[in-house]
Design a protein around this ligand. Structure first.
Ligand code: AMP
Ligand code: MG
Length: 332
């Protein structure tokens, strides 16, 4: 499993060509996008896509996002391409927004877990763009981590999770956004936000005129409207507990229990310390910077041997919705 390092802005064409050759040959390759690292495979080749599910241990009912180089390529995979998709694509593509539309027959059922819809995204990361253009095929690419675990925002996170399962990892440095794309379902008359992301719900609603925000997760085993709706997701190996201020009684109860077991405790804070913890990671007190550092922080707390991670809950405001979503799922 070689890891090949590239300049994130001007990646070496010979490395890109190597990735593209593997992908066209039905292999999987991990590469950076602006959200998190993706584990890509030719979305038109069911055998290749099966390798993604195998490598990640991902349940077959959890559909994949298909990445394409531009809007024209996205249109070819939709049947039909809705009008609202044009407005959203104009404004946010390339970028951290995924659109769910009715699928064309070019997309095999394994990609969509049998759903009649497909999730499409045009990533902005120059490495992802270069690989898509060189491969010349749409790439199914979920996050490059074992299913249910913390996503990878750096190549070494991919190595840790999938290192012995993928033939090539392209290292383009840490990702810019840090959390997964927002997912908007346009396959029904009323647009629905299936997964919050760095693009705010209010901005999406303003452009669309209307936006439904469903709550709760789909029943396990059923085809999920969105994989981000799996209840437990993005989770570190340690137990993660949210607290809401230094007086939160949960802190004292959990700290006492951890002490009794001799377990190492970590804290992930942006404002208020929970008290005495062995390992403290502080993230910026604003959502974009927090999101950028979140997965690195969770990987680090795991690596430093924390068995319990106390996480200061971010404010319950729309700006923090995507970060809160990931933290709640990681702690469930
Ligand atoms: P990840 O596992 O992080 O790559 O996330 C995959 C994302 O794909 C989820 O959040 C889903 O919203 C989305 N997704 C993929 N296919 C579909 C689909 N056909 N319908 C709804 N959501 C989908
Ligand atoms: Mg994932």
């Amino acid at each position: 499993m070689p890891t090949l390092r590239v300049d994130p802005l001007t990646p070496d064409p010979s490395v890109i060509a190597r990735a593209a050759a593997l992908l066209r040959n039905g292999e999987v390759v991990a590469f950076p996008t602006e959200t998190v690292y993706g584990l890509g495979a030719d979305a038109t080749n069911p055998e290749a896509v099966r390798r993604i599910f195998e490598a990640k241990g991902r349940p077959a009912y959890n559909p994949l996002i298909v990445h394409v180089a531009d809007v024209a390529a996205a249109r070819r995979l939709a049947a039909p391409w809705p009008e609202a998709a044009d407005a959203l694509a104009d404004r946010w593509w390339p970028g951290p927004l995924t659109l769910v539309v009715r699928k064309s027959p070019a997309i095999p059922d394994i990609v969509t877990a049998g759903l009649p819809t497909v999730a499409l995204r045009v990533p902005s990361h120059p490495v992802a763009q270069a690989i898509l253009r060189a491969a010349g095929v749409p790439l199914a690419a979920p996050s490059a981590n074992l299913s249910g675990q913390t996503s990878a925002s750096q190549a070494r996170h991919v190595e840790k999770s999938l290192g012995d399962r993928v033939p090539l990892i392209i290292d383009g440095g840490p990702t810019e956004v840090g959390i997964e794309s927002a997912v908007v379902d346009l396959s029904n008359p009323t647009p629905r936000l299936l997964r919050p992301g760095s693009i705010s719900r209010d901005d999406l609603a303003r452009l669309l005129g209307q936006l439904e925000v469903p709550s709760g997760a789909a029943a396990p085993g059923a085809a999920l409207p969105s994989p981000g709706m799996l209840d437990r997701h993005y989770a570190p190996a340690a137990e993660l507990v949210l607290y809401s201020g230094s007086q939160d009684p949960v802190i004292h109860a959990r700290l006492a229990a951890a002490r009794a077991e001799g377990a190492r405790v970590g804290a992930l804070v942006h404002h208020t310390l929970p008290g005495a913890c062995e390992t403290i990671v502080a993230l910026p007190p604003e959502p974009a910077g927090y999101a950028r550092g979140l997965y690195q922080a969770l990987h680090e707390l795991d690596e430093r041997g924390c068995r319990l991670i106390l996480v200061e809950a971010p404010p319950a405001t729309p700006a923090w919705a995507a970060v809160r979503d990931r933290l709640v799922r990681a702690s469930s």
